[in-house]
Design a protein around this ligand. Structure first.
Ligand SMILES: [Zn+2]
Length: 348
């Protein structure tokens, strides 16, 4: 039996919701975000490295035995981190590893859990005053039981931080410097709550001038850099307020994982591109202030998706907002992380 032939309407509805949020770059980007459904002692969760956008086209759900995993989390068993030892091998047709956020989904008791990197949520969740703003915005929604969760490394540390704040009613988790988790009894309930929460957090993006892509193309000609797949990526270099925010540092984990920490800025040498000399490895992404953004030719689809994400989030943060960026220790623990190396190795 595989997840593909569990043919009931709830499972189908979860795959549809997953694909819907997966194709919307304002809801989640690239391999980020994950969904799960618990039934008959098994939690089906998105496989690590796969894209929610592919939830209908491919079998991206991995079955994990819930009770032994929950016991391992409670016991501090290190095997709970990757959770591979708790995969139900007989059910796991794809052979893929479960999401690095499996423990997060497992400790939430609700049958349906959706975790996304909604840009409007992150634009609030990077702020020191984010918790009070979030509470204020959610006040009209009587069904929302909110937990504000401080930043922790994704995976087991985040799961522990959530479990400390979890009540049996909690159904919305705003994760500082990370994103949103919505839980509920049914897929329809979660979809409705998630839509309302994302709308409550809505902020318009600041307008920015158009990039001169012909000029950018001539600047990168003959170099290892290319223009981004999505022109919306340029905004972070074109809007001075967005650029000032991006210069503060890394705002959320997937930026560090897929693009490296912080924001590199390109230097121009007689109209030609020169990489910053202090870096040993060429940066995957570079901003050219006032001109646009370029990406290294080796940049993955995930890197391109995360580059656009930075523009989308920075454009929604007011310039005077008190922004918390990841510390260098928090950046370091995201790099050279075996689980993440695996996630990046799974092509789309
Ligand atoms: Zn996440």
């Amino acid at each position: 039996m595989t997840s593909a032939n569990i043919d009931d309407s709830e499972f189908r509805a979860l795959r549809e919701l997953s694909a819907e949020v997966g194709v919307d770059p304002l809801r989640t980007q690239g391999a980020g975000g994950n969904t799960s459904i618990k039934r008959d002692g098994v939690m089906w969760i998105k496989a690590s490295g796969t894209w929610l956008a592919d939830a209908l086209a491919h079998d991206i759900m991995t079955p994990v035995r819930l009770q032994p995993l929950r016991k391992a989390i409670a016991d501090g068993d290190p095997r709970a981190a990757a959770a591979v030892d708790f995969v139900d091998a007989q059910l796991n047709a794809s052979g893929l590893r479960p999401s690095i956020e499996t423990s997060v989904h497992a400790i939430i008791p609700s049958p349906v859990v959706v975790h996304i990197h909604c840009v409007n949520t992150i634009a609030l969740a990077v702020r020191y005053d984010g918790e009070s703003l979030v509470r204020e915005r959610l006040r009209p929604h009587a069904d929302v039981a909110l937990a504000s969760v401080p930043y922790r490394k994704p995976g087991l540390p985040l799961a522990h931080a959530i479990s400390e704040r979890l009540t049996k009613n909690t159904n919305v988790f705003v994760l500082a410097n990370h994103g949103l988790v919505v839980a509920g009894e049914t897929v329809a309930e979660v979809a409705d709550r998630m839509t309302r929460v994302c709308e409550a957090f809505f902020a318009p993006a600041r307008a920015a001038p158009q990039a001169d892509t012909e000029r950018l193309a001539s600047i990168v000609e003959g170099t290892d850099y290319r223009l981004p797949q999505d022109p919306a990526t340029h905004v972070v270099a074109l809007d001075p307020k967005s650029l000032a925010i991006a210069r503060l540092g890394s705002l959320y984990p997937d930026h560090v994982v897929f693009l490296g920490p912080g924001l590199a800025e390109a230097l121009l040498d007689g109209g030609r591109l020169r990489a910053p000399p202090e870096r040993r490895r060429p940066p995957l992404m570079m901003a050219l202030p006032g001109l646009g953004v370029v990406l290294h030719h080796s940049a993955s689809k995930n890197a391109h998706a995360m580059a656009r994400c930075l523009a989308d989030i920075a454009a929604r943060i007011p310039e005077d907002a008190p922004v918390r960026v990841l510390t260098s220790a928090e950046e370091q623990e995201l790099m050279n992380w075996e689980a993440e190396t695996y996630r990046q190795s799974i092509g789309r």
